[in-house]
Design a protein around this ligand. Structure first.
Ligand SMILES: Cc1cc2nc3c(=O)[nH]c(=O)nc-3n(C[C@H](O)[C@H](O)[C@H](O)COP(=O)(O)OP(=O)(O)OC[C@H]3O[C@@H](n4cnc5c(N)ncnc54)[C@H](O)[C@@H]3O)c2cc1C
Length: 383
């Protein structure tokens, strides 16, 4: 079992109380980045909980990060604005050199540097990461990067980006997973030479972008780990990412259920509360049971991860079940509210749009089902 961190949850809830619905509605309306909220989380040290104490973080286990993100969502806020900082840092921590860690981690922990951007997905390759085309060619003490990424979220609000690029052409690699490398890109420098960021307008406020590399020079010292092993390094961080996003979905599901049950008890139609109708009760009861089952899977995954085991199966299943649970709870919440579910001032339609993302990103449900089929059930690979 993992710890519940009720003390941390309480403090996070207090912080979130300063960022009520109208704050998020205004940000959503104008597609503004919630910088004040991210600053408050940074100052309170929440984004650095996974950074070891010797680098200025709190050195807590992943279940503490999950508790923080779940609580943020449960309070109606949106951790999507900054959640990546918690798990991207893991690649640097696990695979970076001592010099890189000493240089960057304390600054990330203090908030002096923001590591919010994660450049993996490309328009041409999509989920098939091994087909990515962005090239990084060695040129003396630098790598020269050319290509394009898409859906690079928070790029405009980040100082550093973790970038996955091809350093050896695919046909020259012994293994299909070789030939990709990870770089820590200083975006402030890169914006002066070869990096262009173009925001993408999306259905929710997510500060996501396309980025273009036109012979962008990255010092060779910013290569993380060994050249050609980057895909493995990124994969090793994905379980943490999936578990943390699953925890966010649990928070969303709880928010929707709380909102819906309060309303169902209060709203009277035909002279009695709508919550007295089984047609209203049952979708909420089902969504609650689904949320609890998903929550158990999240906790199972967190416990396995913390024990040092391979939590691949649990992290994938937790992400899928929790994303399904938050979506079902959102659907039941909208239905319970009738027409009011569509009114922006109730925040339901905003949260509904926000939680929809997790059926697709960071990995879509189909790909999780393929993983379960192949790696757990031993069925033939379908792609
Ligand atoms: C708002 C937002 C933010 C994001 N942020 C980031 C970020 O910060 N960094 C980053 O690198 N990426 C980010 N992503 C990208 C995200 O991880 C991808 O969108 C996701 O992995 C799916 O890839 P794709 O969009 O290319 O879909 P595709 O790979 O084109 O897939 C399209 C559909 O086909 C299905 N499909 C594809 N192949 C198969 C198969 N073999 N079997 C069954 N079904 C299949 C998929 O499940 C999906 O439903 C973000 C995306 C969004 C929308």
């Amino acid at each position: 079992m993992t710890q519940d961190y009720s003390d941390i949850r309480e403090e996070v809830a207090k912080l979130c109380a300063d960022f009520p619905g109208d704050y998020w509605r205004a940000k959503d309306k104008h597609r503004d980045y919630p910088g004040e909220f991210v600053d408050a989380l940074t100052k309170a040290g929440y984004l650095a909980v996974l950074i070891p104490e010797k680098y200025g973080g709190s050195g807590l286990p992943i279940s503490a990060a999950a508790a923080i993100l779940e609580e943020i969502q449960l309070q109606g806020c949106n951790g999507g604005a900054c959640h990546a900082q918690m798990y991207i840092m893991g690649t640097l921590l696990r695979h970076g050199s001592d010099e890189q860690k000493a240089e960057y981690l304390p600054k990330i922990a203090s908030g002096e540097l923001r590591l919010q951007a994660f450049g993996v997905t490309e328009p041409g390759s999509g989920t098939d990461t091994l087909s990515l085309k962005t090239r990084a060619k060695k040129d003396g003490g630098h790598y020269v990067v050319s290509g394009q990424k898409i859906w690079t979220s928070r790029a405009e609000h980040s100082d550093l980006m973790l970038l996955l690029a091809r350093t050896t052409p695919r046909e020259e690699c012994e293994k299909r997973t070789d030939g990709l490398s990870v770089f820590l890109v200083d975006m402030r420098e890169a914006l002066e030479g070869g990096l262009t960021i173009k925001p993408i307008d999306t259905m929710m406020n997510h500060s996501t972008t396309e980025i273009f590399f036109d012979d962008m020079r990255v010092p060779a010292a910013n290569l993380i780990g060994e050249e050609g092993k980057g895909f493995r390094y990124i994969l090793s961080g994905m379980n943490a990412e999936r578990l943390l996003i699953a925890a966010e979905c649990i928070g969303d599901a709880k928010w929707f259920l709380d909102k819906a049950t309060v309303y169902a008890r209060e709203r009277e139609v035909f002279g009695r509360p709508i919550g007295q109708n089984q047609g209203i009760q049952f979708p909420l009861a089902k969504a609650y049971a689904d949320m609890r089952a998903a929550e158990l899977m999240v906790r199972d995954g967190l416990a396995k991860y913390e024990a040092g085991g391979n939590a691949g199966a649990e992290a994938n299943m937790a992400k899928m079940l929790a994303a399904d649970a938050s979506w079902a709870a959102g659907e039941a919440c909208v239905q319970t509210h009738g027409g009011f579910g569509f009114a922006a001032e109730y925040d339901i339609e905003r949260k509904y749009r926000e939680t929809r993302l997790y059926q697709v990103a960071p990995i879509s449900t189909n790909l999780i089902l393929s993983y379960i089929s192949e790696h757990i059930l031993g069925l033939p690979r379908s792609y």
